[in-house]
Design a protein around this ligand. Structure first.
Ligand code: OAD
Length: 243
């Protein structure tokens, strides 16, 4: 990672009037939560179509639930890293106006972020597969939880492949993107839509984009400033250079 790109990214943040952030699995990698793509990514070792679709849950709820229980335990035992902490600090300092995350873990919240939208849901959230009932898990559950109202299986309140994103959540996201003059994109491959097109909204209205990633991504050509490095190292360094 080079010092100049850190300084230039810090200047872009200083000069911004409305900064929003978009994060992906890469920001939680240094907290030991596996990403989806890449060398040790979840989709390298598991078949998404057998684990993360409504059809998969209908066909084999035990298998899908077992996979989520494993991930619940994993995430519960992880802690926010310096990247999550820096993002939360920027919100507190008024530097960052809103955070959009594709992550279903709760590390941003635990780091202190509150102006936060989870576009792909909350892995600890529960919703009924039949009625509108919703609740939240306090701790991982070995057994498939049952709806207290209609006795159908509850499922994780996350967005699975083939499902659309929540309309209200999308309204909030587009409202924030339309206000933004700068977007900082951290640790996402920029492949999954519609999240991958969020930076384009900011760019199309004349805004700027900063990207932080360990490698080039589908979004890199669009970036005005590319900082190559680990989020947990880069973000605290940028923070040190803010005026
Ligand atoms: P991916 O696994 O596709 O991409 C992770 C990105 O993080 C890659 O570009 C890595 O290079 C980068 N990365 C890894 N370690 C990093 C580090 N320490 N610092 C910075 N960057 C790092 O994850 P997402 O882009 O988040 O969907 O995936 C998008 C969606 O696909 C996920 O939200 C999930 C998945 O299917 C749902 O759950 C609906």
């Amino acid at each position: 990672m080079d010092e100049l790109s850190i300084q230039l990214a810090a200047k872009m943040i200083d000069d911004s009037e409305y900064l929003v952030a978009l994060t992906g699995a890469g920001i939680s990698r240094e907290s030991n939560i596996p990403t989806f793509r890449g060398e040790d990514g979840l989709w390298r070792n598991y078949n998404a179509m057998e684990l993360a679709t409504p059809e998969a849950y209908a066909n084999d709820p035990e298998l899908v639930w077992e996979w989520y229980t494993w991930r619940h335990g994993l995430i519960r035992d992880c802690t926010p890293n310096p990247a999550h902490m820096t993002i939360a600090k920027w919100e507190k300092d008024g530097v960052l106006k809103h955070l959009i995350t594709q992550n279903v873990d709760d590390l941003h919240y635990r780091a202190g972020s509150r102006k936060l939208t989870h576009v792909h849901g909350d892995i600890f959230g529960l919703k009924c597969t039949r009625c509108g009932y919703k609740s939240r898990l306090n701790e991982p559950s070995e057994d498939i939880p049952e709806c207290p109202e209609c006795y159908a299986n509850l499922r994780p309140d996350v967005v699975w492949f083939g499902e659309s994103l929540d309309a209200q959540v999308m309204n909030t996201v587009y409202d924030q993107l339309e206000r933004a003059d700068t977007i900082i994109v951290i640790g996402t491959s920029g492949i999954v839509q519609p999240a991958a097109s969020f930076p384009l909204v900011v760019k199309n209205q004349g805004g700027s984009m900063i990207e932080i990633n360990v490698e080039r991504t589908a979004l890199s050509n669009m970036a005005d400033m590319l900082v190559s490095g680990k989020a947990g190292e880069v973000l605290p360094l940028i923070d040190q250079h803010l005026l």
